[in-house]
Design a protein around this ligand. Structure first.
Ligand SMILES: NC(=O)c1ccc[n+]([C@@H]2O[C@H](COP(=O)([O-])OP(=O)(O)OC[C@H]3O[C@@H](n4cnc5c(N)ncnc54)[C@H](OP(=O)(O)O)[C@@H]3O)[C@@H](O)[C@H]2O)c1
Length: 333
């Protein structure tokens, strides 16, 4: 089958189409014919080798992790799905990729595709949906009326997380550039800061939660807008000791991650707030709950651009520019 792969970890990882064997499934897996693959910034980071100590792939590795498609075969131990079901899933952290024609998908990470969404819309959801869910609901347990700062409201994460936070009853502030101000307001943001004109740390105060989504010194500056007891849940790092411990990493990596997060931990302690790094995990049961919110249109997918399969590499290059308004998706079938 045809797949977009990278051949080595490097600045020039040789990304291109390759013929790879069609997967054979284990008893707890589904063989899925992929109709669409959603892209995420980490798809561009993995081939550089920056996640090599954390994410394991056999090379050449199939790129991408989000998918929507049709089940064409089920393993002997599968109970929740049958041949012909339309599903969506994240293969993140499973050593497997989605920018290809078929994938073996463990039953535990798949969910029925909401029938109100087409395959492209469904494939845009898994990583941003699960990350937002795990950050806002699971890690921060946000409550109605709390104030949440979600920077980069126009990105893949921002467009989903703003809608989820509003659904949970929070008051949401976000940042974006001038051209996207209306877009993020329409998604529900209560306070919109045009970062080309204003610094968020001079406008916001007494927040309960910051979702760390933008690089540079934004995480450190966020400390100043939180109330005592507030939280930073960062998606971009620095990685911390708790992350290393949860993944049972060796002493050396645990030490390195501890050092990387030392400064933010110190700042957080001084202000009586908490800092943690979140690494999304695939979860079919959560994706099912997310699917229910999509089905009832409480949350809507926001798609920026759809590329045909042959242009998957250009789709990744487009995403790498960092200007996507919502999600970038590759239509495979
Ligand atoms: N830890 C995890 O498990 C996890 C999971 C998912 C994502 N992530 C990370 O989370 C980050 C966000 O992901 P994403 O999917 O949302 O990326 P994305 O879709 O590529 O984000 C693009 C958006 O970011 C906005 N943006 C860029 N710089 C900005 C700034 N300084 N201030 C405000 N907005 C800015 C852009 O808006 P303008 O054009 O208006 O600037 C654009 O709309 C990435 O670093 C990703 O790797 C981590």
């Amino acid at each position: 089958m045809k797949a977009l792969t990278f051949k080595r970890y490097s600045k020039s990882p040789e990304i291109g189409f390759t013929q790879v064997p069609r997967p054979t499934i284990k008893p707890d897996e589904l063989l899925v014919e992929i109709h669409a693959a959603g892209l995420n910034p980490i798809d561009n980071m993995i081939p550089t080798g920056m996640f090599k100590p954390v994410l394991k792939f056999e090379l050449p590795a199939v790129m991408g992790s989000d998918l929507a498609g049709i089940v064409i075969e089920v393993g002997s131990a599968v109970t929740k799905f049958k041949v012909g079901d339309a599903i969506f899933a994240s293969l993140f952290d499973l050593g497997n990729g989605s920018i290809t024609e078929f994938a073996a998908v463990p039953e535990r990470v798949a969910a029925q595709k909401p029938d109100t969404l087409d395959f492209v819309q469904a494939a845009s959801i898994p990583m941003v949906g699960l990350t937002s869910w795990q950050a806002l609901k699971e890690r921060a347990n946000i409550k109605s009326g709390q104030k949440i700062f979600i920077p980069a409201g126009s990105g893949g994460i921002g467009t989903f997380a703003i809608q989820l936070a509003k659904y949970l009853g929070a008051k949401v502030a976000t940042t974006t550039s001038t051209g996207n101000v209306d877009m993020v307001r329409k998604l529900g943001a209560d306070e919109v800061i045009d970062y080309k004109k204003q610094e968020f740390e001079q406008v916001l105060s007494s927040y309960d939660l910051v979702l760390g989504t933008t690089r540079g010194d934004a995480i450190e500056k966020s400390v100043g807008i939180l109330k005592p007891g507030g939280k930073i849940v960062s998606l971009i790092g620095p990685l911390d000791k708790a992350f290393a411990n949860a993944r049972r990493m060796n002493f050396f990596l645990t030490f390195v991650f501890g050092m990387m997060s030392r400064k933010i931990m110190r700042l957080a302690k001084k202000k009586n707030i908490s800092y943690s790094f979140l690494f999304v995990r695939p979860d079919g049961a959560q994706l099912n709950e997310i699917g229910n919110l999509l089905k009832t249109e409480r949350i809507k997918p926001v798609i920026d651009k759809v590329f045909p399969f042959e242009h998957a590499k250009q789709a990744l290059e487009y995403l790498a520019q960092g200007r996507a308004k919502g999600k970038v998706v590759v239509k495979i079938k």
